[in-house]
Write a protein that binds this ligand. Structure first.
Ligand code: NAP
Length: 333
């Protein structure tokens, strides 16, 4: 049931070739976390935050070797002191790792920006034993990403209150959410379905569709419970290169994607710019889906009557799962 907005393909092409201005907002004195910052769009976003004066940029990476290599590149390119960029371990395929990361983040002097960028797209569906046995794409892109967001909300809010600012939480999603078949949508408990490796090759698209639903609901609820403290939205960076998203694909498929990317992809640097514009978005973009720094149109399914019901169902299921992982965490909303 892929569900595309009107003129979807035309819009994709239009966005791909748009020029995106370099962000210029200062992050002086601010502490920023970027997940999946060792490569691709996340790396470029982290580098931009450092360039724009952040007092600390935390590269949240599952591989410390890759994280340290990324830090070295940013430090040397920008001639930064050794204390600006830090590498912190975070494996979104492990709920314990997410909790440990957030415990550590709660000891920071402040937390102004979180860019939830890390994601996977896996050719073969595998279970994540350290993430409740959920399939790895759903565990990484959906459950752990939302768990991390909820665990970091108190620190983001405390920072906003203490410094009389608005903290920022931006989720990196994808226009692939429009392509999801989402055949499991009629399952009595949808997340239970992801405890197996049943499913089709659209799992990445489905994970981004679920993320869109859940971020919309989170944003709505957080605005009611704590208005004006944490600004939230979600952004699609567009098709970007280089990316390691397709690294588990068979070589012939990777070659086809590379050829397509040669003609069509943006650079990760330009993709990252769109994310910084989303982080810096105005009030009109609260809870919204952005492309090229502007509020854009979601899949018609998301905003349909069925989608509205689905959003509530998924939210209820996720809250149950998150309470099982960290009792009391849903009170953070
Ligand atoms: N590139 C595109 O065309 C495109 C289009 C639309 C949306 N997006 C979205 O943009 C974001 C960044 O994509 P990208 O192209 O930059 O991807 P990428 O090059 O594959 O980078 C993904 C990052 O996420 C990290 N990551 C993966 N699994 C993780 C885990 N379990 N725990 C912690 N970190 C993990 C990766 O770490 P490792 O290096 O250790 O794997 C890597 O640093 C993703 O959310 C993606 O869905 C990308």
């Amino acid at each position: 049931m892929p569900s595309f907005p009107p003129n979807y393909f035309l819009n994709v092409v239009r966005h791909q070739f748009r020029s995106i201005p370099e962000p210029s907002t200062s992050y002086k004195d601010q502490i920023v976390i970027v997940t999946g910052a060792n490569h691709g769009i996340g790396f470029e976003a982290a580098r931009s935050f450092a360039q724009l004066g952040a007092s600390k940029v935390i590269l949240a990476c599952r591989s410390s070797t890759k994280g340290e290599a990324a830090k070295k590149l940013i430090d040397s390119g920008l001639s930064l002191g050794p204390d600006i960029v830090e590498v912190w371990p975070l494996d979104l395929c492990s709920f314990e790792s997410v909790k440990e990361f957030c415990r550590r983040a709660s000891t920071l002097s402040r937390l102004d920006v979180v860019l939830a960028n890390a994601a996977v797209l896996e050719y073969q569906l595998l279970q994540a034993p350290d993430a409740g046995g959920f399939e790895r794409t759903i565990a990484t892109n959906v459950i752990s990403t939302l768990l991390m967001a909820l665990l970091l909300l108190p620190k983001l809010r405390a920072t906003a209150a203490r410094h009389n600012t608005t903290s920022r939480l931006t989720f990196v999603v994808s226009d692939a959410h429009c392509m999801a078949q989402f055949e499991e949508r009629n399952e009595p408990k949808i997340f239970d379905y992801y405890k197996s490796t049943k499913g089709t090759e659209d799992r990445y698209a489905t994970s981004k569709l679920l993320e869109v639903f859940l971020v919309r609901e989170l944003a709505t609820r957080a605005k009611l419970s704590h208005p004006g403290t944490v600004f939230m939205n979600m952004a699609n960076p567009g098709f970007c290169k280089p990316t390691t998203l397709f690294k588990t694909f068979p070589p012939w498929l990777q070659v086809s994607i590379d050829i397509f990317a040669f003609f069509f992809a943006r650079s990760a640097q330009v993709g990252a710019r769109t994310l910084l514009h989303a982080v810096d978005g105005g009030s009109e973009s609260y809870g919204e889906y952005l492309e090229s720094g502007e509020v854009s149109v979601l899949s018609p399914y998301v905003v349909s009557n069925e989608g509205v019901e689905m959003q509530q169902k998924l939210w209820g299921e996720l809250m149950e799962i998150l309470e099982g992982i960290e009792p009391g965490v849903t009170k953070n909303i």
